[in-house]
Design a protein around this ligand. Structure first.
Ligand code: ADP
Ligand code: GN1
Ligand code: MG
Length: 370
């Protein structure tokens, strides 16, 4: 287990030339994976500038240098695309600040890697879609991400987390964790285990479609929750897709699906009162419209047909992952209370059950906008 990030924070700050004096370094954001800090710097002109400093999670990423290689390649490519399309490359994708020795990341004395991005100011990071318009803005941004990377050389990307969205493999890992039951928690999760086992066959649907050549491998983001896109405060547009650690070859339907999982409801991912957790079909519709528009025609008919499966399986898989982490002792997702991962698992399974009730409507909506 790595030490807390704070023990190496000053060392990490020293590794970068922020162009002035660091006035403050504070924990920032609501990500579950990396340790994120906001660094406020007084530059040589006396102006204050902010940066995002992150310690990349060693529990999630075995090869952080491969994560940074992917991000360097993708952001450079996106900057050119954004310029071609008349956009602002410093605001519409991440910009890496290199270390004093010119590296993309700094490895600390514990062997953990740190990296710095320019802070994208005048933007909001939402934990819930306050309005359908904002949710649609996120859909346009994530769809646009697919579109802009449609011709990116996928073979140059590392698989930063092997089998990240292989739901069948996630199911196997869950079963192994249940069998081992290292924390003695299996006895508390009977209904959740039953729910997973009742969905065993579903877990294979998208992986089978990939294997059979129905669904193509694309360059995808793989972690498209609402708080991984920044919304421009002035225009309400999705200005910048962030959290590029899992950009790698994957299924486009998973990018669609993960956004639906997180955003097509009116509750938090860790809501304890399940009566408040309801899948919202109108929000599903809004997102579908925005995503397909953002994709600008790069999806095949089969990808469109499978979008509802992307939504259902990303939600099921995420619930299985939370449950697995709970059984294994909460090593992967950051938790802020005991049973946090179990609460998260329960919301996901409630949403899956809701989706199953309106499955035909989901199919109709997808075909309405296809
Ligand atoms: P995690 O993998 O832990 O989710 P993220 O890369 O998503 O880490 O970063 C966590 C949070 O930090 C984001 O949700 C967002 O609030 C904020 N953030 C990350 N990068 C930037 C940036 N370049 N500008 C402004 N805020 C950012
Ligand atoms: C993690 O990094 P973050 O917090 O944006 C996770 C996603 C999960 C999500 C659940 C690399 O996303 O896969 O869907 O939590 N990211 C990684 O909220 O595992
Ligand atoms: Mg994130």
């Amino acid at each position: 287990m790595a030490n807390t990030a704070e023990t190496r924070l000053q060392e990490a700050i020293q590794a970068f030339d922020f162009g002035g004096e660091a006035l403050d370094a504070s924990r920032y954001g609501c990500g579950h994976i990396n340790d994120t800090f906001c660094i406020t710097v007084r530059d040589r002109d006396g102006e204050q500038t902010r940066f995002i400093l992150q310690r990349i999670s060693g529990a999630a990423f075995a090869h952080p240098e491969q994560v940074m290689s992917n991000i360097m390649g993708v952001t450079e490519y996106l900057k050119n695309k954004i310029l071609e399309e008349g956009g602002n490359p410093v605001r519409e994708t991440l910009s890496i600040l290199r270390t004093r020795t010119g590296e993309a990341g700094y490895t600390d004395g514990d062997g953990q890697m740190w990296r710095v991005f320019l802070f994208i100011e005048d933007s909001d990071c939402l934990q819930q879609a306050d309005t359908p318009e904002l949710f649609e803005a996120s859909a346009l941004a994530f769809g646009g991400f697919q579109r802009m990377l449609a011709d990116y050389p996928a073979s140059t990307l590392y698989e930063t987390i092997p089998r990240f969205h292989d739901t069948v493999n996630r199911l196997e890992k869950f079963k192994a964790a249940l069998e081992k039951d290292v924390m003695g928690r299996a006895k508390e999760v009977g209904p959740e285990v039953e729910f997973v086992l009742a969905h065993e066959e579903d877990c294979a649907v998208c992986m089978n479609a990939l294997r059979e050549g129905k669904l193509p491998l694309k360059v995808t983001h793989n972690d498209t929750k609402l708080n991984n896109v920044l919304i421009d405060k002035a225009t309400g547009k999705g200005i910048c897709v962030i959290d590029l650690d899992t950009v790698m070859p994957g299924l486009s339907i998973n990018d669609f699906g993960d956004s639906i999982r997180f955003g097509a409801n009116h509750s938090a991912e860790d809501e304890k009162d399940l009566s408040k957790v309801n899948f919202d079909l109108p929000l599903f519709e809004v997102y579908t419209r925005g995503f397909l528009k953002g994709c600008g025609g790069v999806l095949t008919q089969a990808e469109i047909d499978y979008l509802p499966w992307g939504a259902k399986l990303m939600t099921l898989e995420c619930g299985i992952r939370f449950l697995t982490d709970y059984l294994e002792g909460d090593h992967y997702f950051a938790i802020h209370r005991p049973e946090h991962n179990l609460d998260r698992c329960r919301t996901q399974f409630k949403l899956v059950a809701d989706m199953e009730k309106v499955w035909d409507e989901m199919l109709d909506i997808v075909h309405k906008y296809a």
